[in-house]
Every structure is written in structure tokens, then in C-alpha cells.
Ligand binder design. Structure first.
Ligand code: ATP
Length: 296
């Protein structure tokens, strides 16, 4: 288990992590979400020893992460960081050898992953000649080469086409099902929704919502109404009391109920504005959950 326990981190006067606590269990794919600048990368870098925490601790199976444990983490940094001029295969073998894997075994693993993830390249090409998506696949392979005990991946899916997303997602799910705690950050909420066993949303340096998508949905359920009216004046959504307009798709307008608003009062109000075509609860998406968590 990868555990962040009351981790605090400031850069100068700015506190980024405020007693951040969460755990990624063995066999679990954990989606780490939050607005830009919320502290996801900082938290991951602390686990990897790039930054020191001001206080608090990150542990693996109860042991504070030291150099030995750090070497057992497969890490995909946001800034990526393989050598642009080196051939991918050489880098992968080199990195694995640094982690104590024998050269022939490292070559075998690299070839297998390159094939499995469908990295498109000519064997002679240096990394910089690969498309960004293929470079990203090589980055993931680098994180997997030493058969890590924990995976920490900073936005591994950003910029990938749907086929590459599926290939990478398959690998991460497989790693998780093999018992590895897999932590990854992402802004692609549809993907997080589809893949993750649990999700943690960070805001203000701490986790403000955590659970399975179902658990998080249950918390927002009963707060979002969808309404469509016929014959109402343009701009009618702005005149409905006790709600906040969330979005509008083809005349079906979604509203978030303010605390204490009775949906029956909303029904009475919109009846006066036009003929009701639709009035019902909206099944919250992960975007709805995210919006609620980061703006509440
Ligand atoms: N080395 C640093 N020195 C000073 N401030 C930093 C440093 N690293 C990060 N920060 C600040 O810490 C805050 C959190 O940044 P971080 O990169 O952890 O957020 P994030 O959640 O990963 O964001 P994003 O989703 O945009 O990648 C930001 O305000 C950032 O400017």
C-alpha cells in the first residue's frame, strides 16, 4: 500500500499540500484528480524524493520511502525526461540495468513491451524522432522495466489517441490486478471514470472527495435537476430561484440546487415560466462530481 500521511509542503509562503492524506491499496487503480495547480505533481514528487515534505510521511507497506523503496517505484514524471538523442531500446535496457536487471532480460522485456504497446518506430531512431504519443509509451515502458512494486504516473494519458489510451489502460489495469498499487493523475475525467477503482479529488492541498465513482455519485445525487420548457422566454434559466445553472444541451438545462432548495418549489417556479417538457434528476457525471468538489 502506498500511503500519504498528513503530508505538508510549502514553496516559500505558498502552502501547496495541507496535511494531504490518502492511500492507494494493492491491486487498485487510483485516479488522482484536481484543478491545475492543486498539488498533484508536488505530491507525486514527494513520494519520489524529488521534493522533501515539510512534515508528514509517504510510506510503502508501512515503511517510509527511502532510496531502496524509491528504486521499486515505477515513475512516469510529468516532464517525462528520457534522453532525446538516445534510441528508446538502449535507454530502456540502460534504465533496467541500473535497477539490477540483467542485460539479456532487460532486452527481452523492452522488446516485449514495445510490441505489446505498439510503439511505432524504426529501431534506429532516437527518441526525439518518435511521435509524442509513442514517446509517451516509451516513458511508460521505462516505468515498468524493473517490475515495480508501486506505479506513480503523472498524467500518463495526456495527448494520446484513443487506441493508445486503450493500450495503456489495459497495461495499467493488468498491473493493478497483479496486486500493484497504481496511482495516476489525470484531467481526462471520462477515462478516470472508466478505469479507476477509486478516485481522490485534491483541493486546497487536501483530499476533499474520495471513493468509487458510485460512492461519489451518491453524494451528488439529488442535487442536479434537468429541465426543458416550451414557450418560455429566452434567458428563463436565469430567473429560476434557488438554483445555479450548470449547462444547457439542446434546450435541456441542468441546474444545481442550492442548499435548502426544495425541488417542488423549483417545479412550481418553472411551471409559471413555460410548459414543462422534461423535469427530472440528472445522473451526475464525474465532471459534475469534480465541479462540486472543487467549487463547493
Ligand atoms: N518547485 C516549485 N517552486 C515553487 N512553486 C512550485 C514548485 N512546484 C510547484 N509549485 C507550485 O505548487 C502548486 C502546485 O503545483 P503542482 O504542479 O503540484 O499542481 P498540479 O495539481 O500537478 O497541477 P496541473 O494539473 O496543472 O499539472 C502550483 O501553484 C505551482 O506553481
Amino acid at each position: 500500500m502506498l500511503n500519504f500521511d498528513r503530508v505538508v509542503k510549502s514553496f516559500g509562503p505558498k502552502q501547496v499540500l495541507n496535511e494531504l492524506s490518502f492511500a492507494v491499496r494493492p491491486g487498485e487503480l487510483y485516479g488522482f484528480c484536481g484543478a491545475n495547480g492543486a498539488g498533484k505533481t508536488t505530491a507525486m514528487r514527494i513520494a519520489l524524493g524529488v521534493h522533501d515534505a515539510d512534515s508528514g510521511v509517504v510510506t510503502i507497506d508501512g515503511r517510509p520511502i527511502d532510496a531502496d523503496l524509491r528504486a521499486q517505484i515505477g515513475y512516469m514524471p510529468e516532464e517525462r525526461g528520457l534522453y532525446a538523442k538516445m534510441r528508446p531500446i538502449d535507454q530502456l535496457v540502460y534504465l533496467a540495468k541500473l535497477s539490477g536487471v540483467r542485460a539479456d532480460e532487460a532486452s527481452r522485456r523492452a522488446a516485449e513491451w514495445i510490441e505489446r504497446l505498439g510503439v511505432v518506430m524504426s529501431p534506429k531512431d532516437p527518441l526525439e524522432k518518435l511521435s509524442l504519443g509513442n514517446q509517451q509509451k516509451v516513458q511508460l515502458i521505462a516505468a515498468l522495466m524493473a517490475e515495480p512494486r508501486v506505479l506513480v504516473l503523472d498524467e500518463p494519458f495526456s495527448g494520446l489517441d484513443p487506441v493508445a489510451v486503450d493500450a495503456m489502460a489495459d497495461v495499467l489495469l493488468e498491473q493493478a490486478r497483479n496486486g500493484i498499487p497504481v496511482l495516476f493523475s489525470s484531467h481526462q475525467l471520462d477515462l478516470v471514470d472508466r478505469l479507476c477503482d477509486r478516485i481522490g479529488i485534491i483541493r486546497g492541498g487536501r483530499i476533499v472527495a474520495e471513493g468509487t465513482v458510485g460512492e461519489l455519485r451518491a453524494k451528488v445525487a439529488g442535487r442536479l435537476l434537468q429541465i426543458s420548457l416550451q414557450g418560455a422566454e429566452a434567458g428563463w434559466p436565469e430567473s429560476v430561484p434557488g438554483v445555479r445553472r450548470v449547462d444547457d444541451h439542446d434546450g435541456l438545462v441542468s441546474f444545481e440546487l442550492s442548499d435548502g432548495t426544495d425541488p417542488d418549489d423549483v417545479l412550481d417556479a418553472v411551471r409559471r415560466l413555460g410548459r414543462i417538457e422534461h423535469f427530472g434528476w440528472r445522473n451526475p457525471s464525474l465532471s459534475d462530481i469534480f465541479r462540486e468538489a472543487v467549487t463547493a
